[in-house]
Ligand binder design. Structure first.
Ligand code: C2E
Ligand code: MG
Ligand code: MG
Ligand code: MG
Length: 281
């Protein structure tokens, strides 16, 4: 019986691996096709400045659609892109597209909006990344302050000196640097002081439990206190309800993002959203 059980679990394990491999190959093919047919898309999610009620920045979030126009989640395709090495071409596309969009918004009501892109730690391995980003900004006639980059904690903290120097170079030039999903990785607050960072983005899991769970609330308070005492902006992600909005305002977060204010949207919906948002406030 034990043997049979063992056999079954081996079978299950194998088919699980097979399924994952097939899915991996499928997603890789979809990504390759999306690159070739230029059908990747950036969506933009406004970020509200809680101190003045205005929208000063937005996050660029990548969208990939399969041949039936079904969206695949970046939570699925980004890890595949990283594993397959496609992340460099995709990351490059994101940098270009964000700059193109910033340029298109020049001379409109959206020209003061900063665009924050997500970077994968894998992209930082390329020693020329910082130069490349600054060069691209220059080519589009933009200033570095119009762009921000977001990296998760582990990608920044796990990085070697050369990677951190690249971030330093970006920050010195004026690019806004945020640590994404803050609180979920293994970071040391002491180390945070040495890093070239402008903002901490508190992972949304804390906010989603903060109203029922005291320790999640305490963690949020601690991040805000430490962030502020280090001179950093503290952003909170995932605001979905008016109660959460009230909480993050009371806690003294500087900026907030979430479905309550706006879902990520295609660039062409941004002007109408911004016009409506300003008149509401
Ligand atoms: P992230 O950078 O932490 O982005 C925040 C995610 O939370 C986005 O998911 C956003 O749509 C979602 N979100 C925003 N507000 C709310 C809310 O109120 N409630 C909830 N439940 N979710 C909210 P998305 O767009 O699916 O992206 C997932 C992750 O994929 C991102 O997490 C980021 O790590 C990665 N990603 C997205 N675009 C790129 C990219 O261009 N490059 C890289 N390297 N990674 C990317
Ligand atoms: Mg992000
Ligand atoms: Mg995040
Ligand atoms: Mg994330």
């Amino acid at each position: 019986q034990a043997k049979e059980k063992g056999k079954n679990s081996v079978c299950f394990y194998t088919s699980d691996i097979n399924e994952r491999l097939i899915r991996y190959q499928e997603v890789t093919a979809i990504l390759q096709r999306a690159i070739v047919t230029d059908s990747l898309q950036l969506y933009f999610q406004p970020q509200v400045d809680l101190r003045n009620g205005r929208i000063g920045a937005c996050e660029a979030l990548l969208r990939c659609f399969d041949e039936r126009s079904q969206a695949i989640s970046p939570a699925v395709f980004i890890p595949v892109a990283e594993k397959s090495g496609l992340i460099n071409r995709i990351g490059e596309w994101v940098i270009q597209s964000a700059c193109k969009q910033l340029k298109a918004w020049q001379g409109t009501a959206l020209e003061a909006l900063r665009v924050d892109i997500n970077l994968s730690g894998k992209q930082l391995i390329n020693q020329h990344l910082a130069d490349h980003i600054l060069q691209t900004l220059h080519d589009y006639g933009l200033t570095p302050g119009q762009l921000g980059v977001e990296l998760t904690e582990n990608e920044v903290f796990g990085g070697d000196e050369a990677q951190i120097r690249q971030l330093e170079r970006l920050k010195q030039a004026g690019v806004h640097i945020s640590i994404d999903d803050f609180g979920t990785g293994h970071s040391s607050l002491v180390y945070l002081r040495k890093l070239p960072v402008s903002s901490l983005k508190i992972d949304m899991s804390f906010l989603h439990h903060a109203l029922e769970n005291e320790s999640d609330l305490a963690i949020m308070q601690a991040i805000i206190t430490v962030g502020h005492s280090l001179g950093l902006n503290v952003v909170v992600e995932g605001v979905e309800t008016p109660e959460q909005d009230e909480l993050v305002k009371n806690l003294g977060c500087d900026q907030a993002q979430g479905y309550l204010y706006a879902r990520p949207m295609p660039a062409d919906q941004m002007p109408a959203f911004m016009a409506g948002f300003d008149s509401d406030n």
